[in-house]
Ligand binder design. Sequence first.
Ligand code: ADP
Ligand code: MG
Length: 396
Amino acid sequence: MSSFEQTLSKKTIFKNVSVLSPHYVPKELPFREQHINEIRTVLTPALRGQKPRNLIIYGKTGTGKTCCMKRVMDDFVEAIKEGSASIHYLNCRIYNSRYRIMQKLLKNHVPELEKAGFGLPFLYEKLIELASSGQQIVVILDEIDMVKDLDDLVYTLTRSNDEIRNGGVSIVGISNKLSFKDSLDPRSRSSLYETEMIFQPYTAEQLQKILAQRIEEGFEKGVVDASAINLAAAMTSQENGDARYALKLLNKAGEIAEQEGKQNVTDVDVESARKKVEIDLTAETISTLPEMHKIVLYAIGGLSLSGSRYSRLEGMQNGFLFSGEVYEEYENTCRKLRKRARSTRWYKEYLNDLEMLGLITTMPSGKGIRGQTTLIKIEPEPKGILDILRPGLFGS
Ligand code: ADP
Ligand code: MG
């Protein structure tokens, strides 16, 4: 037997692993039919040549916002009649500024954009030209809170409607951050929030059903114990109700069971999967960070391990660091890496982004301790963070 024949003949407990990947969108999305219908209703005018109302969808990570949107988009694209409408999906973690978003939106319409950069006024003119041909342009901004100059973007997109003759531009914003609304200036708030929708976290019972559906498609029959499903659902709902987490837990538990040559996935495998999944999720988030963010996080991790220099000050809470000492450590790390440290204004932005991604928590120190400053705490276990960051920054 060749080595492949051997591995191929080995029985596997998976029927189709890709069903468990976070990118897979199942045909049926239980508990979200109503949401899907509502989004559809909001967007329907675009298919009739009228401008839809803008929509904001928000809810915690893993509540199904992105997959519901993708489902609606597929149906929308099918229903479009000859260029009368278009729908554009942008992930704002990647397209995170007005300029990048405008550029991406118009890339298909303006081939010259591939070759050279153009100023914003040029892009704006092109957007108006495109819509004025009678097109309803729907822009989906997923993770909209990651856009740096969001107020400017909202202003530009909504204002374009005053100049467009036949068509229109409308926005669907999706945010994981519940407090996102407060950070907008009042004018963009009122334009964006023409309609709003909330996705609630899944309960343990709902997660069970979602998992059961994937198990049927992803695993061989009868392989996953009912108690393992219940445990994965219970752990997830305790944690955050994030369906992505539940699916990863299940996938990892399956891998562990298979590696150990078992025929079934049990509670024990789910337990062992838990820790691995947490590390994986953090590593994934970190891998998408730009370099300066990584260096700041590295500084926070390092200081957290050695402990704040001021930890013995009165009123200093456990595990928190002073913003000033972190900045100094960041400068030190930059020096070691022969990079130029950015100013404190940028540094504050980095802290903001890291907090948004759940990697750190910050809070104002209150009066008394060294005047007013910001206190910073790392969320995941610092040693793990340093292990993830070190190879990318310093080489292995
Ligand atoms: P969000 O965008 O709110 O963070 P996603 O839409 O990315 O969440 O969903 C996270 C994962 O959970 C995806 O893999 C998705 O397929 C799955 N998922 C979410 N909601 C459901 C549902 N109702 N039924 C089946 N799978 C779901
Ligand atoms: Mg999403």
